[in-house]
Write a protein that binds this ligand. Structure first.
Ligand SMILES: *[C@@H]1O[C@H](CO)[C@@H](O)[C@H](O)[C@H]1NC(C)=O
Ligand SMILES: *[C@@H]1O[C@H](CO)[C@@H](O)[C@H](O)[C@H]1NC(C)=O
Ligand SMILES: *[C@@H]1O[C@H](CO)[C@@H](O)[C@H](O)[C@H]1NC(C)=O
Ligand SMILES: *[C@@H]1O[C@H](CO)[C@@H](O)[C@H](O)[C@H]1NC(C)=O
Ligand SMILES: *[C@@H]1O[C@H](CO)[C@@H](O)[C@H](O)[C@H]1NC(C)=O
Ligand SMILES: *[C@@H]1O[C@H](CO)[C@@H](O)[C@H](O)[C@H]1NC(C)=O
Ligand SMILES: *[C@@H]1O[C@H](CO)[C@@H](O)[C@H](O)[C@H]1NC(C)=O
Length: 534
């Protein structure tokens, strides 16, 4: 592209000196002359600015609950921010970052929770690696669901329309800006963002050539219910038998005692949580209650927490929490307070009743949520639902942390197992040909944890402290799959000392193509060569 700009400038300098000075002398001038609002019907321009590398951008208008007040940008780019209406009572706030050094690739970024927060760190990460990168607020601002109340158009944006609108707008504007078609189109998201990616592969099979859909919030309605189910189990943090976070730390130690050694190495990482059948009774207080054991009521609570959510007939609504995530799960699901995303979804979407009481949650509420399923937000495609994506040569990668504290990794296994079973009956389709799943042992929800969790899945430090290549970076891996036809067989995950890049690498381990499991074969357990996938 740099060559292209020079060329155009050189020719123009002879033929049209005035235009050359105004339009083509520099990337900065080109940026400031762009008028994106002209090309997206009814849109409003909020920001058009040239951002030199090293700038610490601030977002004074961004909702404070998004907790993203600033972002350092590492390359020269042109920043576009638009409001784009999606109906007569809804709109998206849209950001498009156009790097001066462009690879011809474009990247859409996702959202999280039930939020309306642009992930500026992912925009910075995409542009750092040469993608023209965009994202939106998913149709509303901030981390609450209040905007959904009596406005189904905002729910529709949240379910799929904000992302699709972002893609159609992005593809159009990127082509106009660079005066050249993009080469390939990608998506990167985790959690709700993982669901958005999978939804898109089903509903808009040509929006993306490559998708990274991490820790996906698939089976969304039932996920909301599962998360709501913890508060009635734990009771409030002031109730008599409430399990404090200090006691959960002791439970975590017991989980590790019972399960960490199954994989042959005591390192805080449970390679395969399916093999961990935690026995809470082992923690029952012998005689008098002490702070290091559980009373009978608490044993019952822990057993319930590690059991699947079932309906009145004993049928599965949502799988159990996997053991190992206790230290993080105390922050939200086991905190003895309603889980805000679930509370808001029931109040403002399912029941249109702002005073619905989350302490009253039962499986009957989950049936109500699932039968409403607004705009098919459920997201549970069958193999045939993904056929158009496959036929368009789309490639998708899902990863899921083995110690996820917000979405149990067992649900993603259930989802992928269902697709594998369908594929086994369908000889025209190998699931691995277009959709691969990697478990990431010792990763919490989308990031962090004792395992080799840094796999290029998101922006920010230390997550983008690794090379952009297909052996260590999941986004680079999907690019390599799409553009060179090389499908990833494993992803090498990195754990930095104290999660600080400058302190060096603590361990690296290959994350295996599901259903293979990392197996210890001897030697220094922090080295990838001491493990194999089997
Ligand atoms: C743009 O606004 C006009 C007038 O409000 C409306 O008729 C039209 O449908 C809108 N178009 C889009 C794409 O939103
Ligand atoms: C960016 O600016 C914010 C305040 O506006 C400041 O708190 C933060 O430390 C700055 N970051 C860097 C890396 O300069
Ligand atoms: C979201 O916030 C932006 C300012 O950052 C504002 O322009 C927009 O109108 C807000 N959107 C909604 C749906 O409230
Ligand atoms: C907004 O659009 C809906 C259809 O999506 C229509 O029923 C409604 O009357 C419109 N409202 C206004 C104020 O134009
Ligand atoms: C659980 O632990 C208790 C106490 O150590 C023991 O009696 C019981 O047999 C164990 N249950 C299972 C299923 O292993
Ligand atoms: C990928 O990057 C790592 C370092 O982060 C390096 O060791 C490895 O050789 C690179 N692989 C390729 C294929 O470039
Ligand atoms: C890592 O962090 C812990 C606690 O934050 C600190 O005590 C320790 O000194 C740090 N280690 C290094 C090598 O910086």
């Amino acid at each position: 592209m740099a060559f292209n700009f020079l060329c155009r400038c050189f020719v123009a300098a002879f033929l049209l000196p005035f235009v050359a000075a105004a339009a083509a002398t520099s990337f900065q001038a080109r940026c400031l002359l762009f008028a994106p609002e002209k090309y997206i019907q009814n849109s409003t321009l909020n920001i058009l600015s040239f951002v030199p590398k090293g700038t610490n951008l601030t977002f004074p208008d961004n909702d404070a609950t998004c907790a993203r007040p600033y972002q350092v940008v590492s390359v020269d780019l042109c920043r576009v921010a638009l409001s784009i209406p999606t109906s007569n009572r809804s709109s998206i706030t849209y950001e498009l970052w156009l790097p001066s050094t462009w690879t011809g690739r474009i990247l859409a970024t996702g959202n999280g929770g039930i939020d309306g927060c642009v992930r500026y760190e992912d925009l910075a990460y995409g542009t750092l690696n040469g993608f023209a990168t965009y994202g939106s607020n998913n149709g509303h601002n901030g981390t609450t669901g209040l905007s959904f109340y009596r406005n189904p158009d905002i729910v529709q944006d949240f379910a799929w329309r904000a992302l699709h609108t972002s893609v159609t707008s992005g593809k159009k504007l990127i082509k106009l800006f660079y005066q050249q078609s993009f080469r390939t189109s990608y998506y990167l998201g985790c959690s709700l963002g993982g669901r958005q990616g999978i939804k898109s592969s089903q509903k808009f099979p040509t929006d993306f050539d490559g998708i990274v859909a991490g820790s996906p919030a698939v089976d969304f309605n039932n996920l909301i219910s599962w998360r709501a189910s913890f508060f009635p189990i734990t009771g409030s943090s002031t109730s008599t038998d409430f399990i404090s976070s200090a006691l959960w730390s002791v439970i975590h130690e017991e989980v590790l005692k019972q399960c960490d050694g199954i994989d042959g190495v005591m390192d805080g990482i449970i390679e395969n949580p399916n093999l961990c059948h935690f026995n809470a009774t082992a923690m029952l207080c012998p005689t008098s209650v002490s702070s290091n054991c559980l009373n009978a009521v608490q044993v019952g609570m822990v057993e319930k927490i590690f059991s699947p959510l079932l309906n009145g007939n004993g049928d599965l609504i949502y799988p159990a929490m996997q053991p190992g995530s206790e230290l993080m799960a105390v922050q939200k699901l086991y905190a003895g307070a309603p889980f805000s995303y679930s509370q808001d979804w029931f109040r403002y979407v399912v029941y249109n009743n702002p005073s619905w009481d989350p302490a009253t949650f039962t499986y009957l509420d989950s049936l109500a949520a699932e039968s409403l399923n607004p705009f098919d937000i459920r997201t549970w495609p069958s193999l045939s639902d993904l056929r158009a994506f496959r036929n368009a040569n789309g490639k998708m990668i899902t990863f899921h942390g083995g110690q996820d504290n917000q979405i149990t990794s067992f649900n993603t296994e259930r989802f992928y197992d269902g697709l594998l079973a369908e594929a086994a009956d369908d000889h025209s389709c190998q699931l691995d040909d277009f959709y691969r799943f990697f478990r990431v042992p010792g990763m919490f929800h989308c990031s962090a944890g004792p395992g080799g969790w840094v796999i290029g899945q998101q922006g920010g430090s230390p997550a983008n402290g690794i090379a952009f290549n297909s052996s260590v970076n999941v986004l680079a891996a999907v690019v390599n799959w799409v553009e060179n036809g090389v499908a990833p067989k494993s992803i090498l995950g990195t754990k930095f000392v104290n999660d600080t890049v400058s302190l060096g690498i603590e361990l690296q381990r290959n994350h295996c193509l599901y259903p293979l499991t990392s197996t210890y074969i001897g030697g220094d357990s922090t080295l990838p060569s001491s493990w194999s996938c089997s």
